[in-house]
Design a protein around this ligand. Structure first.
Ligand code: WTA
Length: 652
């Protein structure tokens, strides 16, 4: 360990830069820096050149119609995402290419070829039609990481239904809320979800809410495990394998307008109510295929690409499903935990499938670092040629460890910044062009115009400020589902109607490199997962014993940020025995386990201004152990002292 520490220190020189390795540059299709100037001169033409690589039933006439903040890309064009991800590869003779090496957590593996996935998709698309799902209808998907999940997604895309995927770790309550607001007619799920080798019944969870959704007509259930008892409500619940067996295996891909909605994906915002980010077909597919191809220097014939996210998040949508499949790539689809059955599980997979490209979040890298290098060192990782990071700022120490221990010092690292709203990567190195600096996402992708501004919206040439995007891009969110006004207010009001307010703080250095700091709104980033403080607060106060709560994100060396809840109780204020666990379980039920506070601090009162507003900023300072500044504006300044004492006592 001491030696490793020393190695890291040596590599962590203050201004360490990493040039793209010579061999990598030689073998890359994208090694000319002139790409940036070309895209800058004509960004519409640049994106068009990527759209042209897709299959269109009818070509577009207008590349971009921009009535800020309303963008329409590739109008009059008609295409189908499922056709682009499947049929065209099979038609080109690549039906035998593996789309997914699927690895179940409990052992089994299955190679799903493009021809297999097309067959599954067509059958399920026919089945959906048979259930009365029509173009424009919303279909909910709440599933584990199994091959049926991308098939369900693409089946929706095939018939023009809009998928609304909910991450499998969310609670049934969250599923209910997301189905309700989008009027989903069908919900696709599985009978089991694996948790560290054990099946958990997913269907019985869904049953808790399915009856409360008047618009929901059917629940389709994939039989993930035969040994899990699965109650089925006659007429409503259907087995995936039964309806697919009976379905017509020939379901042509519907030609859809480029701006036809492809999916809704709910994400957390500043208020308790999640935002339904809406993406459309042509632009999104152009953006994800372009970035997947260039940023991962993709060689579709030889690469084995592994995005170790969950399909339930945008990273999975864009870089497990649409990007890789549009590009005809072979991916790993791993169902389970990185440390089950042992801490070398990932590295065993990398060795077995000769993975060339790994894309994961800094939290996972930090966990691996903590477990020790002996786990990766047990395996031959020489197939890896490129590493990626996403979801949260990567601290230079984790970056260097990734580079050295996993990448054997030969793999470039692409630290990619983007959001559910942007659809695809926006600030990222290009691995054969960009010199990297650990901790910096480097430069905007060609054609993207990002700027750090001060609070008046003035450009910051060097230093810190707020991140903005100034030019439309094809994968940009088109609106919030059913909430146009909220879309404008949230993203397009602060600096002007044509400037996208990202909600992240960032620094920019003298080379024009971006260093993303974190959120500026009430969103917490825990292990790369976006959580809303308001949503967690409202889950806490919905417990009958809780009078008031303030939730903050405190810096955490493992998960980036951790959820800390300050709670005042009804009545005595003394927490009853075991209440912390009860409250954590309550939050898990309301939102999902991932939203459970790591720490709960009980207080008689919370710091408030004289007008009664809770000072969350002060609580964040307390949670992060900072000295508090001026507290005289508080109604009762002694409150903070009491909370500090409480926290200190708990830490002992
Ligand atoms: C953060 C995930 C630093 C950022 C793709 C953003 C990052 C939010 C990075 C979006 C990165 C994402 N460096 N921070 N490379 N990538 N973020 O919507 O705060 O789940 O606004 O999309 O994650 O999270 P989302």
């Amino acid at each position: 360990m001491a030696e490793e520490q020393k190695d890291l220190e040596v590599l962590l020189g203050s201004e360490e830069r990493f040039a793209p390795p010579e061999e990598f540059v030689k073998a890359s299709e994208y090694s000319e820096a002139a790409i940036y100037d070309q895209a800058e001169r004509d960004f519409e033409g640049w994106w068009e050149s990527w759209a042209e690589k897709l299959d269109w039933f009818e070509k577009w006439e207008t590349t971009l119609e921009w009535n800020p903040p309303w963008a329409k890309w590739f109008q009059e064009g008609k295409l189908n995402a499922s056709h682009n991800c499947l049929d065209r590869h099979v038609e080109a003779g690549n039906g035998d290419r593996v789309a997914y090496h699927w690895i179940a957590e409990d052992g089994p593996t299955r190679d799903v070829t493009y021809a297999d996935l097309l067959d599954m998709t067509k059958r399920f698309a026919s089945a959906l039609k048979g259930l009365g799902v029509e173009k424009g209808d919303v279909v909910g998907i709440y599933m584990p990481m199994i091959p049926e999940t991308p098939a369900a997604i693409l089946a929706c895309a095939r018939i023009g239904a809009v998928h609304n995927v909910v991450f499998g770790g969310f609670s049934p309550q969250s599923v209910k809320e997301r189905m309700e607001v989008s009027d989903a007619k069908v919900l696709v799920t599985a009978n089991a979800n694996m948790r560290r080798g054990k099946p958990i019944s997913m269907k019985t969870e869904v049953d808790k809410i399915a009856g409360e959704l008047p618009e929901l007509k059917h629940v389709v259930v994939v039989e993930r495990r035969e040994d899990v008892e699965t109650p089925m409500q006659s007429g409503r619940d259907l087995w995936w394998h039964e309806i697919c067996e009976q379905a017509d295996g020939d379901c042509p891909a519907e030609p859809l307008d480029a701006e036809h909605p492809l999916f809704i994906l709910y994400t957390s915002g500043s208020t308790a109510k999640p935002k339904g980010i809406l993406h459309t077909t042509g632009g999104y597919l152009t953006g994800v295929s372009a970035t997947h191809r260039m940023v991962f220097d993709l060689k579709p014939e030889s690469d084995v690409f592994w995005c170790a996210a969950d399909i339930g998040w945008v990273t999975g949508h864009s870089y497990i499903v649409y990007g890789p499949l549009a590009n005809g790539a072979t991916s790993v689809l791993y169902e389970g935990a990185p440390d089950y059955p042992d801490k070398d599980r990932w590295w065993e997979i990398v060795e077995r499938y000769k993975v060339t490209t790994l894309y994961t979040a800094p939290t996972a890298i930090r966990a691996c670092m903590k477990w020790g290098r002996e786990h990766p060192e047990k395996h031959d990782l020489s197939s890896l040629r490129l590493l990626g990071s996403v979801g949260e700022p990567i601290n230079p120490r984790a970056w260097v460890w990734y580079h050295k221990v996993i990448g054997g010092e030969r793999c470039p690292i692409v630290d990619t910044w983007w959001q559910t709203e942007t659809g695809h990567m926006m600030i990222t190195p290009l691995p054969a062009i960009t010199e990297t600096k650990p901790g910096s996402a480097t430069r905007p992708f060609p054609g993207v115009d990002a700027q750090v501004v001060d609070k008046h919206g003035e450009k910051v040439e060097e230093g810190g400020g707020f991140l903005t995007l100034r030019r439309p891009w094809p994968g940009m969110a088109r609106t919030l589902f059913g909430e146009d006004e909220r879309f404008v207010e949230t993203y397009w009001s602060k600096y002007g109607p044509d400037i996208y307010d990202v909600g992240d703080a960032s620094k920019v250095d003298s080379d024009g490199y971006f260093w993303i700091v974190g959120r500026t709104d009430d969103v917490i980033n825990v292990s790369g997962h976006r959580m809303s403080t308001m949503e967690i607060e409202s889950a806490c106060v919905s417990h009958e014993r809780v009078a008031e709560t303030a939730v903050v994100g405190a810096a955490d060396e493992d998960t980036g940020q951790a959820i800390v809840a300050f709670v005042t109780l009804d009545g005595t204020g003394e927490e009853p025995e075991g209440f912390t666990e009860e409250l954590r379980a309550h939050v898990a039920e309301k939102i999902g386990k991932l939203a459970r506070p790591k720490r709960i601090i009980y207080a008689d009162d919370l710091p408030k201004t004289r007008s009664g507003k809770i000072m969350r900023r002060l609580l964040k300072d307390i949670a992060e152990g900072r000295e508090l500044g001026d507290v005289t504006t508080l109604r009762d300044p002694s409150v903070t002292e009491k909370i500090k004492e409480k926290m200190a006592a708990e830490s002992d």
